[in-house]
Design a protein around this ligand. Structure first.
Ligand code: NAP
Length: 274
């Protein structure tokens, strides 16, 4: 927890202009009367080390998004146990000793999304599509669920193997997306499929009856996958709930108090509809 006010509050990404985080974090800051502005910083990978040095010197805090979650993880002096498990940092601050501390609040966001879509955690049979940074955060969440099992379809087998190595007692690799979803009680899209086009991460008719559908992707009007899964009778939600709750958890880490979630949600929903 980092209770003294940070020098600046930033989002590090490349690109970041599309991010909805400034809209809802700034609404929460105003509601809490905190005199800071959350700024999105577009940082190309080669500039990251220098930017991080300057942020540490100014005792800044913030979030990290694509493609910097792994690099910031490696740059941190201290990391939370969840950041260690996920191998990625999406939230950072500078502690009293001047150390760069990293956490992973995507895990809290994923659990909030799972709750919102009505996932039953005990003995969940999870199909996970994708094996990148957010897939790793999904596994860090699910390994705390009793009796859960995860079948991963990875487009690049080496990345699937790396995820299975990180979570050996949880992750099993599948040959195809259809193979991964067979018998699943929860199906999670952790690829960017559906973000810009109307492609589907897996066909709707491959989803087992009653499977809950979690799409980490979000876009105005929801993704086609979520819309069609819901039309076919599945409980289905996109990544907005995850985005909201990872941001709320980050706010708590920075300021030692919870944000006004209703204010945050309202600002996010309005920004997402634009
Ligand atoms: P990442 O580290 O780049 O991983 C992306 C994964 O998707 C990789 O396994 C990649 O496979 C796979 N992939 C990409 N295109 C594919 C395709 N056409 N077919 C099959 N697999 C494909 O990205 P990430 O950080 O995990 O994020 C993934 C998505 O989650 C993002 O695009 C974002 O929309 C969403 N997200 C949402 C939130 C939220 O708060 N809602 C937070 C984080 C992420 P390769 O290894 O073969 O490239």
């Amino acid at each position: 927890m980092n209770t003294p006010l940070p020098g600046r509050l930033v989002l590090l990404g490349h690109p970041v202009s599309h991010s909805l985080s400034p809209a809802f974090q700034n609404a929460a800051l105003r509601a809490a009367g905190i005199p800071l502005v959350y700024e999105a910083l577009d940082v190309p990978p080669e500039a990251l080390p220098g930017v991080l040095r300057a942020l540490v010197a100014d005792r800044c805090a913030g979030n990290v998004t694509i493609p910097h979650k792994g690099a910031v993880y490696r740059a941190c002096d201290d990391r939370s146990p969840l950041a260690e498990r996920a191998g990625a940092v999406n939230t950072f601050w500078i502690d009293a000793a001047g150390k760069l501390v990293g956490d992973n609040t995507d895990v809290a966001g994923i659990e909030a999304l799972a709750d919102a879509v009505g996932v039953s955690r005990t003995s969940a049979q999870v199909a996970l599509l994708g094996s990148g940074g957010s897939a790793s955060a999904v596994c860090a969440a699910i390994e705390r669920w009793p009796g859960a099992r995860v079948r991963v379809f990875a487009r690049t087998p080496a990345r699937g193997a790396a995820l299975a190595e990180r979570f050996p007692s949880l992750v099993h690799l599948a040959e195809s997306a259809a193979d991964a979803v067979s018998g699943a009680t929860v199906v999670i899209n952790a690829t960017p499929i559906g973000m810009r086009h109307d492609d589907l991460p897996v066909a709707i008719d491959a989803l087992p009856r009653d499977a809950r559908v979690m799409d980490l992707v979000y876009r105005p009007g929801e993704t086609r996958w979520v819309r069609e899964a819901r039309a076919a009778g599945h409980a289905a939600l996109d990544g907005i709930e995850m985005l909201l709750h990872q941001g709320a958890a980050a706010f708590e880490r920075w300021f030692g108090r919870a944000p006004d979630l209703a204010v945050m949600r309202d600002a996010l929903v309005r920004a997402a509809a634009r």
